[in-house]
Design a binder for this molecule. Sequence first.
Ligand SMILES: [Zn+2]
Length: 231
Amino acid sequence: MTVAKQLYQLQEIDLEIESEEQALSQKVSQLGDRQALDSAQSQLASEQQRLDGLRHQHHDAEWAVDDLLSKIAVAEGQLYGGKITNPKELSSLQHEVNTMKAKSDQLENKALEIIDQVEAAEKSVAAATNEFQRLEDEWHRQQKQLSDEIEKLKSRLADLKQKRQQSSGEIESQAVVLYEKIRQQKKPPVAKVEQGICRGCRISLPASELQRAKSGNPVQCGSCGRILFLP
Ligand SMILES: [Zn+2]
């Protein structure tokens, strides 16, 4: 095998390593990302908070109704108890009872309206709970899958790096040094030559350069500096 071909094969391993490393870092960044889950959770919390508020309001309204009803009972007891006989006083008491009854009716209606809202909010909370549960299950499933994929990528990378070490060890060291040097400036450092054209820079190679590249020794493209490989 020519040195140029060996370098080309080394480059193929390097490209594979780079792509696997990219995939690995992408998956690592996804690991533990709870953004979608957190937003569903805060949605659920706010629905729950709203429901709690409504239940509280309902409780307050019912309590106020009870309070009024017992006050009405006391006032009616006085009204019909016979102890008060002064007509003006009785009339004033009657007026007070009427006012409290109107207020109590109003509060009861309000409590009924709140009950409707409580029922709607309970449905929202149930839906948000289901949605959160679904997302959480999905998230755990994805995380597990990600972890598996990460493990596979790591083991694949370890294999590739070993393969690279072996391959580069089989190439004459001067050529590897040149490869690494070009690689720091240009990626990929080896360019195929097709129909007399360097695929790295797409420039037609002079006949002399082409002739030298045909030997299989590492020859650099006069235009882009890449190592030329004639397949
Ligand atoms: Zn070139």
